[in-house]
Design a binder for this molecule. Structure first.
Ligand code: CTP
Ligand code: CA
Length: 228
């Protein structure tokens, strides 16, 4: 048993964090997914917990283990993630760090699809997954006071992220450039731009744990001084 703080600037607050990828089955042995190690979401959940928050950690199949002291709700698909987030409400804040698959395979097979040597290949059909961030941001009842989304982009990062913030209706967006040349995907560092109603801030390239620490601190400040 690990001793965790019950006091701190976020004590008494409940925060939902989504993390990791979702896996959308093609058949019982195959799936489609976004790349995500789960490192950034896991680090954020850990830091929020350190500041005293009660954290509901809704995670897809990530590479890194969940942090100590949080309630872990393990899911596989985007629809399971949305249902788990809904079940965890109400919350004071929500941080959506998951790399949710945008589409699921609508003609997924209950049996393993076999190579039959005929030269014919399976044709996958797709349906759009629920957008969990947009859905929670627009809730009429039970909307968390602070909703934070992420925007992983490969070009025009600021422009795409600002549009995403508007479109989805979240309060903050943490934007980053995930072009392969940055090495951010799967690496230990991140370089983010924080977009709020007040403007944008570029943070230096930092360890993902340090990005998480600063973000948790900002969340605590915002929740304790909502007018700022
Ligand atoms: N997100 C979500 N549910 C989805 C897709 C995305 O909750 N079905 C959240 C992510 O967790 C992230 C934010 O929305 O916080 C932005 O995700 P991103 O993939 O960058 O945005 P999309 O709207 O899916 O746009 P894109 O076409 O660029 O993938
Ligand atoms: Ca997406």
């Amino acid at each position: 048993v690990v001793a965790l703080p019950s006091r701190g600037p976020l004590s008494g607050r409940h925060i939902i964090v989504t993390s990791g990828p979702t896996h959308e089955p093609i058949d019982p042995v195959r799936y489609i997914a976004n790349r995500s190690s789960g490192q950034q979401g896991t680090a954020i959940a850990a830091e929020l917990r350190k500041l005293g928050a009660r954290v509901s950690f809704v995670t897809g199949p990530a590479e890194v283990p969940p942090p100590e002291g949080v309630e872990v709700i393990a899911v596989t698909t985007a629809r399971e993630m949305r249902d788990a987030v809904e079940a965890a409400l109400p919350a004071d804040a929500a941080v959506m760090a998951a790399a949710v698959a945008d589409w699921r395979v609508s003609n997924a097979s209950a049996q393993k699809i076999k190579k039959d040597g005929s030269g014919q290949f399976p044709v996958l059909e797709f349906a759009e997954n629920p957008d969990i961030l947009a859905w929670i941001s627009k809730l009429a009842k039970d909307r968390p006071h602070l909703v934070v989304g992420f925007a992983a982009e490969t070009d025009d990062v600021l422009h795409h992220a600002q549009q995403k913030r508007q479109r989805k209706g979240c309060d903050w967006i943490v934007a980053n450039d995930v072009s392969p040349s940055t090495g951010i995907m799967g690496g230990h560092e991140n370089a983010v731009i924080l977009i709020t109603a007040e403007g944008t801030e570029s943070w230096p390239r930092l360890e993902k744990t340090e990005v998480a620490r600063r973000l948790a601190e900002r969340i605590a400040n915002k929740m304790n001084n909502p007018a700022q």
